[in-house]
Design a binder for this molecule. Structure first.
Ligand SMILES: Nc1ncnc2c1ncn2[C@@H]1O[C@H](COP(=O)(O)OP(=O)(O)OP(=O)(O)O)[C@@H](O)[C@H]1O
Ligand SMILES: [Mg+2]
Length: 308
């Protein structure tokens, strides 16, 4: 328990703070014991400033997510994949492919599920910029590579970016919002990305995204997607700044949820709040994004696997 609160970094900073305060106080005392002097006062002041700065730094650091294990502990969810930064190099590409396969393996219906059981997944995060769209695109591709037909849905009506992430830089102007507001059949709005992988773009962005996503018409569109009988991956808005994804989740009681957390972007409190906002933790899994200190043996294993 204590280990969860006091990290090694916090401990180091606390020791630094203590050292700074002691040095400052010692300098101050040495000068003052003889007779009050500017040097003494200055020494004391520097010590206080260093100490105060250190305390602030230590407090900040104790709120920050440090790594995947930390995120898993804070969220209390199974951590199924660690997604490295996009296309930073050959090793990262290989690790990213494996991460999306891990995610797929954690989500696809268990053996024994009725034939034709398809998957519906909502990808979200606590804060903006944690890697949701990258994960939604990677998971959609991984499902399609496994021979599972997929519809990837650009359901983030604030910053839609899934089309671009899937290599569709100029998606049609009509999309999800036309299906919700205008009753256009989903099948007429789908864009083929690659064999077996189709995209439902966001379409025209509305001024009232939460109301739209929480409407009975949105529920009708989700049912229509479900009736396609294929895997559906929804890329959504972050949970904390806007209500959109919570509204959408009301109509998606059986959807699995992938919560993406990126240490350095969201802090512990934000991750905890996001988990509290999600309806049921039993259908939620955690994916951590960002650079991770992956054991070298993993890379060796992946390389040897490629040669085989
Ligand atoms: N696994 C990752 N590791 C490190 N950086 C990443 C990772 N995935 C994405 N990024 C970077 O983070 C930024 C945001 O990525 P992305 O668009 O996938 O996040 P998002 O959560 O969908 O953002 P938004 O909240 O704006 O929709 C991009 O610059 C992207 O290159
Ligand atoms: Mg996004």
């Amino acid at each position: 328990m204590l280990a969860g609160v006091v990290t090694r970094r916090t401990l180091t900073l606390a020791l630094l703070v203590l050292a700074a305060v002691l040095v400052g106080a010692a300098v101050g005392l040495l000068s003052v014991t003889d007779r009050p002097s500017w040097a003494g006062l200055l020494g004391g002041l520097v010590g206080l400033l260093l100490g105060g700065g250190g305390v602030a730094l230590a407090l900040r650091s104790s709120k920050a997510l440090t790594d995947g294990a930390d995120a898993q502990r804070v969220a209390g969810l199974p951590l199924v994949a660690h997604v490295p930064p996009p296309a930073a190099g050959e090793d990262d590409r290989r690790r990213a492919d494996e991460a999306f396969r891990m995610l797929r393996a954690a989500l696809v219906p268990a053996p024994g599920a009725p034939a034709g059981t398809h998957l519906s997944v909502v990808v979200t995060s606590a804060a903006p910029g944690e890697g949701k769209t990258t994960v939604a695109a990677g998971l959609s591709r991984a499902l399609s590579r496994a021979g599972r037909p997929v519809v990837a849905v650009e359901a983030d009506l604030r910053r839609p970016a899934l089309a671009a992430a899937l290599g569709v830089p100029s998606p049609p102007a009509r999309g999800l919002t036309a299906a919700i507001v205008g009753g256009v059949p989903v099948a007429e709005l789908l864009v083929e990305v690659s064999p077996g992988l189709r995209l439902l773009p966001a379409g025209e962005l509305p001024p009232n995204a939460p109301e739209l996503l929480g409407s009975a018409d949105a529920a009708r569109v989700l049912a229509e997607l479900d009736a396609l009988g294929v895997d559906v991956v929804l890329d959504t808005a972050p949970l904390l700044p806007v209500a959109d994804t919570r509204e959408l989740l009301v109509h998606a009681p059986t959807h699995r949820v992938v919560l993406v957390a990126r240490p350095g972007v969201a802090d512990r409190g934000e991750l905890r709040s996001a988990v509290d906002l999600l309806p049921g933790s039993e259908r939620t899994i955690l994916a951590v994004s960002g650079r991770s200190p992956a054991p070298r043996s993993y890379d060796r294993y992946l390389r040897e696997g490629e040669r085989a």
